[in-house]
Write a protein that binds this ligand. Structure first.
Ligand code: PLP
Ligand code: ZN
Length: 423
């Protein structure tokens, strides 16, 4: 591991790094770098614009760089060298042969963002990108509307950057998501309602208070951080693609950005394989993107979420239409699974791979099993499951399903009785 410089509180002025300008992904209008995420003319989403002439590194040059998401810095939305959250990314890609057998595929790997640094979910990647954008744009306060993991990531990364944070969450989140945010000392506000209500509130707050709300007015810069999970999968496989990737979906941003990342690797000549088929995973209690894929339409129908998979419970997903297009366009599909299936899959992943994931990861594993059941994978498939969050954050979800452990006196005789009972 490398060491990390922690900047002093307030040391965020005179940016040595510039955020790239943005353009509208719908009408193409161009905008100077700013905390704006929506096109002034057509309301389409904005995305950073990379200079066509920029020099891209090859495989060998990337190999010499530090193991973090910043080894792919040419594909992140900055000019100059970002300084905050340098140690996020480059999580393990873990071979999971026993789960491959369950799915009936040739190979299966877990991309394990359950151990993402610093806050144990893939949201560290998007926040690492957004917080550097906030700094570059001279914003002195950051914030987010969160289903839990984003709150953890913003609170942790704002704390070490010395930036005040305003964090808004639904009032019914898991204890670890709440305490695991509050411990970093942000302004944490619980809002009566669902994520979609929290998000609507934050859209009104960003302009009013001049905050950088990472997934609202900094969303264009935020989303680019997700691409690094895709770059890492390809590099960790030896600069090639798996044939299929299964991705949990909340707003649909991660799946959309993985699609973009795989396209960028091909454009750069770093990988020459055909891009993987992309499969989405949701809970049945909040499955608007899966419904959209199944319907074949272009119009997403919002829902009121009701599932234990709170981190992916977004009823009106901002990138749902783009995610659905990416799944259909790559020959993939989407699945949604019950809360019982999510709990069973959390245990299956733990028992077969030694990885403890949260409810979103349970939805991913259970969806992969459902897709296999539907015959969507072949014997030759090489599949990556994106495990995006840590099981210690959603203990409530499994506590009822795990049997109590025996309590004994410290005597060999009592252990012998247990060994005999186990057989
Ligand atoms: C936020 C989140 C996702 C998916 O996020 P998108 O909004 O679809 O990018 C997946 N898994 C976990 C654990 C999350 O917190
Ligand atoms: Zn536009």
């Amino acid at each position: 591991m490398h060491t990390v410089e922690l900047p002093a509180r307030g040391a965020t002025t005179s940016p040595s790094v510039r955020a790239l300008p943005q353009h509208c992904t719908v009408c193409g209008a161009e905008f100077e770098a700013a905390p704006e995420a929506i096109c002034g003319s057509c309301l389409g989403p904005l995305e950073p614009m990379y200079p066509a002439s920029r020099r891209l590194p090859g495989r060998a040059e990337i190999a010499t760089r530090v193991h973090s998401m910043w080894r792919y810095r040419e594909w992140l939305p900055f000019e100059g060298t970002p300084t905050l959250s340098q140690d996020t990314g480059f999580t393990p890609l873990v071979d999971a042969p026993r789960l491959a057998d369950k799915l009936g595929v040739a190979k299966l790997w877990i991309k394990n963002d359950a151990v993402s640094h610093p806050s144990l979910s893939f949201k560290d990647r998007v926040v690492a990108s957004a917080i550097n954008a906030a700094k570059a744009l001279g914003l002195e306060t950051v914030g987010c509307a969160s289903t839990g993991n984003l709150a953890n990531a913003v609170a942790a990364q704002a704390a070490r950057a010395g930036l005040p944070a305003w964090i808004f969450i639904p009032d019914n989140l898991e204890q670890a998501k709440v305490l695991g945010t509050a411990v970093y000392g942000p302004n944490l506000v619980r809002v009566r309602g669902h994520y979609d209500d929290v998000n609507r509130l934050c859209a009104q707050l960003a302009d009013r208070f001049g905050w950088g709300i990472v997934n609202v007015n900094l969303r264009g810069y935020y989303g680019e951080g997700s691409k690094t999970m895709g770059f890492e999968i390809a590099e960790q496989l030896g600069w090639r693609f798996p044939s299929a990737v299964v991705v949990p979906m909340a707003g649909g941003s991660l799946l959309t950005k993985l699609h973009k990342a795989f396209g960028e690797l091909r454009d750069a000549g770093l990988v020459t394989d055909e891009a993987p088929r992309l499969y989405g995973a949701q809970a049945s209690g909040c499955n608007p993107i899966t419904r959209l894929v199944e319907s074949g339409g272009e119009t997403l129908v919002p829902q009121i979420p009701s599932t234990i998979a709170k981190s992916i419970a977004i009823g009106n997903p901002a990138d749902g239409v783009f995610a659905a297009r990416a799944m259909r366009g790559t020959g993939g599909w989407s699945a949604a699974v019950s809360d019982d299936a999510i709990v069973a899959a959390i245990r299956l992943l733990a028992e077969t791979t030694g990885i403890f994931t949260e409810t979103a990861g349970g939805a991913t594993v259970a969806s992969a099993l459902a897709l296999a059941e539907q015959g969507r994978f072949g014997r030759d498939d090489e599949v990556v499951l994106c495990i995006t969050g840590n099981g210690l954050k959603t203990l409530e979800a499994i506590s009822d399903s795990i049997a109590d452990s025996p309590v004994i006196a410290p005597r060999v005789r009592e252990v012998a009785a247990l060994v005999e009972a186990v057989g």
